[in-house]
Ligand binder design. Structure first.
Ligand code: NAD
Ligand code: DAU
Length: 359
């Protein structure tokens, strides 16, 4: 039975990936989820799988060499899927240091431990061992408002925020292990994800949550920054396909071919909420375009991201399957059905973060 070591599996994309993998492979695989449970890690995301015999959760920090080496020593790990990171750009602008620690140092620990466990004496590797580093399109910097410009795997690395700089650094480390040690790894650079379990510091869940309570909807700058949105389950599928069909040592961009201005996203969410809320639901009166509030711009705000997912389509056969109009309905439906999840994650520290961030 193949054993996966998933880091950051209690976060947004990691938990969706674990659900995807169990749906696809059932009892054929074993998953060990290693997560230190920061504010963004939530074991509630994994309630449905926690009793499975082929699932194990280990609370550990990826920066803790001994803890990670012990996991490799005690388990014959075949695949590493490395999600664990500090992931929010605004937080990185306020406090860069933790981003360097987790995203750079933590990745170095993961690489070293996997290499030590998998390498033979002659420098080759045990058969069928693979490491996948989950990264972001933000490492490529920003594109102009020109619809013919895209990020390709060959685009220069040009990060602007402390978050994207830390992810670019971790990508470079993985590349160095591939080039120097022939380490069996891939890097994926994905565009903005949305879907169930996303923490409401990110645009889409924040807007859904605020709109349903009649709270202001903060739009940075002129609202015309463009992001390329991908439904999270499509990302989970892409990661699995890259690991199984991709060429080792290669980088693959993953994108939704779904570029939208932030203000468009907000308007679509408001219209979809109106459409989906039943007549007589008191929240229907709260959801309104009057809530849209332009606020100070994010420092160093990247203007436009857009991925050309040509390589992954041609080499591996992956393409984004979920249209935004469908993905956003699935997402809103999930938030309607999981009000307690939202209440739990927005109590406590979130209130402090929100008050400070949007003061
Ligand atoms: P997230 O913030 O929701 O989850 C991160 C998870 O990592 C949390 O469960 C957290 O507890 C865990 N973690 C943080 N520091 C840790 C440490 N030191 N040791 C162990 N666990 C730790 O993030 P996400 O949005 O799910 O993103 C996952 C990965 O995908 C990240 O590497 C991110 O850079 C990348 N990515 C995200 C997006 C996106 O749109 N969200 C897009 C492209 C790439
Ligand atoms: O592109 C991939 C990246 O997407 C990932 O690597 C990051 O981990 C992920 O957080 C995301 O980064 P962004 O900065 O693009 O996502 P965020 O949801 O924070 O913001 C999306 C856009 O919306 C961005 O242009 C900023 C804007 N925004 C965001 C918030 C939270 C607002 O206008 N108002 C807000 O309140």
């Amino acid at each position: 039975m193949r054993t996966y070591l998933v880091t950051g599996g209690a976060g947004f994309i990691g938990s969706n990936y674990i659900h995807y993998m169990f749906k696809k492979y059932g009892d054929e695989i074993r998953i060990i989820n290693v997560d230190v449970l920061t504010y963004a890690g939530n074991l509630e995301n994994l309630k449905e799988v926690e009793d499975r015999k082929n699932y194990t959760f280990i609370k550990a920090d990826i920066c803790d060499k001994d803890a990670i080496a012990k996991i490799f020593a005690e388990n014959d790990i075949d695949r590493v899927v490395h999600f664990a990171a500090e992931s929010h750009v605004d937080r990185s602008i306020r406090n860069p240091e933790v981003f360097v620690n987790t995203n750079v140092m933590g990745t170095a620990v993961m690489l070293n431990c996997a290499k030590a466990a998998w390498e033979n004496e002659d420098g080759t590797y045990k058969e069928d061992k693979k490491f996948l580093h989950v990264s972001t399109d933000e490492v490529y910097g920003s594109l102009p408002d020109d619809e013919t410009a895209f990020f390709y795997e060959t685009s220069p690395i040009d990060p602007h925020s402390p978050y994207s700089a830390s992810k670019a650094s971790s990508d470079m480390l993985v590349k160095a292990y591939i080039d120097t040690y022939k380490f069996p790894a891939n890097i994926t650079n994905c565009s903005n994800n949305y879907g169930p379990y996303q923490f409401p510091e990110k645009l889409i869940p924040l807007i859904i949550n605020n709109a349903l309570q009649g709270k202001k909807l903060p739009v940075y700058g002129d609202g015309k920054n463009v992001r390329d949105w991908l439904y999270v389950e499509d990302h989970a599928k892409a990661i699995d396909m890259v690991q199984e069909k991709g060429k080792l040592g290669e980088r693959y961009n993953i994108g939704g071919h779904n570029e939208k201005q932030n203000i468009e996203i907000i308007e679509i969410i408001l219209d979809t909420l109106q459409e989906m809320l039943p007549e007589g639901d008191s929240r229907k009166e709260l959801v309104s375009r009057d809530l849209i509030t332009y606020v100070e711009d994010r420092k160093g705000h990247d203007r436009r991201y857009a991925i050309a997912p040509d390589k992954i389509k041609e080499e591996i056969g992956w393409y984004p399957e979920t249209m935004f109009k469908d993905g956003i309905k699935l997402t809103i439906k999930w938030f309607f059905e999981n009000e307690d999840w939202m209440k739990n994650v927005t109590s406590g520290d979130y209130q402090k973060y929100y008050a400070e961030m949007y003061k």
